[in-house]
Write a protein that binds this ligand. Structure first.
Ligand SMILES: [Zn+2]
Length: 678
């Protein structure tokens, strides 16, 4: 059987054309068996534990499992079908059982611990020490060092937490789905884009009622809030979205929020940390809750004057335009959009004509070459999972092979929304032989038609640069161990290479390489670039304090002993005190639907969004100072950040590149929020 399964053979590139849906489950099961065998061999060998026979062996154990699951999960995102989805349901528990068993393997941990304890006597290089630390922490953060009874307690907490976060998410989803606003008269939808009205009408038809049905899904909600002239309609929508999982019904999440934060606190205490935030931040560039809090405070203090100014401008604009004298939360997006149009009059359709996909890709490769001397050449011999997928060989200027780059640009059924970077293989060195990575970006850009080529919105252009920045991190990696390679870095550092790349989208010197009108070849006019730049900073003060407020709310739940908190809404209002400019809506609550921190993995991590922006703004200031294509600066970034992956502490890497710690003022300057603009 296994001879017929292409996933169980040796392969250099994923053998997409030979893979059938039914190959995945047996391949994953077999690979799991092999991986378990590898681990038993390492854990139960009679030789004394050494870095090589334990840490290094573990690093390369279960190689086939890694290869097969990458293909599987990448396809489940980019080209899925019901059969793959069903297999995912079946194999996911097997995979988490495997990683749980690994982390609970006492013999294995005893070996790792004995090596860790003699760390200073072993002659380890920086990267090896980093790997040892990472693996040791991975075990201890899951309770490997605790006595039996406490370990059982920890398992119990983990079980409860995973059920609670599941429940939390299901409640939010149920509430989203339960909301329907039925509109009979089209006049009430004045200003709402036709496409939104069309789908609202289609939904009404599906439900066999007349008129329109509005939902809280973002493709409906956001345009309604931005464009609907009808103020009471906006009010109903905003109150609807804000009351999610906070109403007096079975989906109310207030108890779940309180239970989750209490269990997280208990878990942290069991592991010897003061709070959950301390636990999380041990593995972050920011390191401590104090650092995060003072970071958020600094940004808030400096951005608030600008935010208040913008807010006043918005209020008087609303009063002047529509005699609104009691400006409310449901007015903000609407008047912001209106004022933006009045000020900048940026026509998306006109702008798109300068960003034809092939031109943009070509320009992106030119930018990458100018900075990092990488070359891209199409390779049509490599197997792909869909005919739209392009494959490139990536080499340096000396012809050395660096990576294989897959690019999958267009939407189709079976591909999830959004854009992302992923790898089929990471870079590493094993037994002296260097392996180069296989890197993929997946996007959802409009497909060209017979009538028109693929024209990108400006946001799609920055998205492409962003994902490509992640891809560079993976492609230029130059480490030994795969788990420290490329983008395998702390969460609050991983967005630096990606966000940094976006900066070139606003620079004339870069844009003239690719922003050419698809019919006339005319380079995008300077005044249009200026408009893009200014409009991207529009209402940045308000945006900034909004992000800060979410970061502060997150920390307020995780940076303390929560046992005394009984009222979720009152706690939240206290956390928002410094940042709220608009009247509170008593029936609304953010925490009960704050999926990032209560359902996903962003707890004590929401600050990372702003943190990463500071990093990229501060890094780009050096490029601005020296020239955006300055080879010395680019080289420094490549050598100290892109090639290093997670082999050193990120602050150390950053300082090696920049010569100093990141300064939040760079972000505020770029956003036009500080007076002394550089
Ligand atoms: Zn990203």
């Amino acid at each position: 059987m296994s001879q017929d399964n292409p996933l169980l053979q040796h392969f250099e590139y994923p053998p997409f054309s030979k893979i059938k849906n039914e190959h995945f489950k047996p391949a994953i099961e077999q690979a799991l068996k092999d991986a378990r065998k590898d681990i038993t061999t390492i854990a139960e060998q009679s030789a004394e534990p050494t870095f090589k026979n334990t840490l290094e062996a573990l690093e390369f154990a279960g190689d086939q499992l890694g290869k097969v699951t990458r293909i599987f999960f990448n396809l489940n995102s980019a080209e899925t079908n019901p059969e793959i989805q069903k297999t995912a349901q079946e194999v996911s528990p097997l995979l988490s059982e495997f990683s749980n068993d690994l982390l609970l393997n006492e013999k294995l941990f005893a070996r790792i611990k004995s090596i860790y304890n003699q760390k200073s006597e072993l002659d380890l290089n920086d990267e090896q020490e980093r790997l040892l630390d990472k693996v040791y922490k991975n075990f201890t953060r899951n309770g490997a060092n605790l006595e039996k009874e406490k370990q059982a307690q920890l398992r119990d907490i983990d079980k409860q937490l995973s059920q609670l976060s599941l429940q939390f998410g299901e409640n939010v989803l149920a509430e989203t789905n339960a909301f329907e606003l039925h509109i009979e008269d089209e006049k009430e939808l004045d200003g709402v884009p036709e496409s939104v009205k069309d789908s609202a009408q289609a939904l009404a038809k599906e439900k066999e009622v007349s008129g329109y049905i509005l939902t809280l899904d973002f493709p409906t909600y956001l345009p309604v809030m931005k464009f609907a002239k009808n103020r009471s309609l906006r009010e109903k929508m905003l109150k609807g979205i804000g009351a999610k999982a906070f109403k007096d019904n079975e989906y109310n999440n207030t108890e779940n929020v309180l239970k989750i934060v209490k269990l997280r606190y208990e878990r942290a205490q069991l592991l010897g940390f003061e709070t959950h935030a301390d636990f999380v931040l041990q593995e972050r560039m920011a390191k401590t809750p104090e650092n995060v809090m003072s970071f958020l405070n600094e940004i808030l203090t400096k951005a608030k004057p600008a935010a208040i100014k913008e807010f006043d401008e918005l209020k008087s604009f609303a009063e002047k335009t529509d005699q609104i004298t009691d400006f409310q939360k449901w007015d903000q997006a609407y008047y912001s959009e209106k004022l933006k149009q009045e000020k900048f009059d940026l026509n998306e359709d006109e702008l798109k004509e300068y960003f034809e996909l092939n031109n943009v890709i070509d320009g992106l490769f030119k930018v990458a070459h100018k900075l990092y001397q990488v070359n891209f050449k199409k390779n049509k011999t490599i197997d792909v999972y869909h005919e739209d997928v392009l494959v490139f060989d990536v080499t340096d200027d000396n012809g050395k092979f660096l990576a294989t780059f897959y690019a999958d640009f267009h939407p189709r059924a079976g591909k999830r929304d959004g854009a992302w970077m992923t790898t089929y293989k990471d870079q590493y060195v094993k037994d002296g032989k260097e392996e180069r990575p296989q890197v993929s970006i997946v996007c959802n850009f409009t497909k060209p038609s017979a009538k028109q080529p693929s024209l990108l919105t400006f946001m799609e252009v920055t998205t492409l640069f962003h994902e490509f920045g992640h891809a560079l991190h993976a492609m230029l990696a130059n480490t030994v161990y795969p788990s420290l390679s490329g983008a395998s870095v702390y969460w609050d550092f991983v967005e630096l290479p990606s966000q940094l790349m976006e900066n070139w989208c606003y620079e004339h010197e870069a844009l003239e390489l690719f922003a050419k009108h698809y019919k006339t070849e005319e380079v995008i006019p300077q005044e249009l670039i200026e408009k893009i730049r200014k409009s991207s900073n529009f209402m940045e003060g308000l945006q900034t304090i909004r992000q800060v407020s979410f970061g502060q709310l997150d920390m307020s739940w995780h940076n303390l002993n929560p046992s005394k908190i009984t009222d979720v809404k009152a706690h939240e209002n206290k956390a928002f005190k410094e940042t709220s400019l608009l009247p509170d809506i008593p029936t609304n609550c953010m925490s009960t639907a704050f999926g990032h921190i209560f359902q996903g993995g962003y707890s004590a991590g929401y600050y990372s969004y702003k943190w990463a922006e500071v990093l990229d703004a501060d890094a780009f200031e050096l490029f601005k100072e020296k020239g955006i294509f300055d080879s010395e600066t680019a080289q420094k970034f490549k050598e100290n950040v892109l090639q290093q992956g997670g082999t050193k502490d990120p602050m150390e890497l950053y300082k090696n590149f920049r010569g100093q710690e990141p300064n939040p003022d760079a972000l505020l300057r770029r956003a036009g929020l500080l007076e002394n603009k550089k």
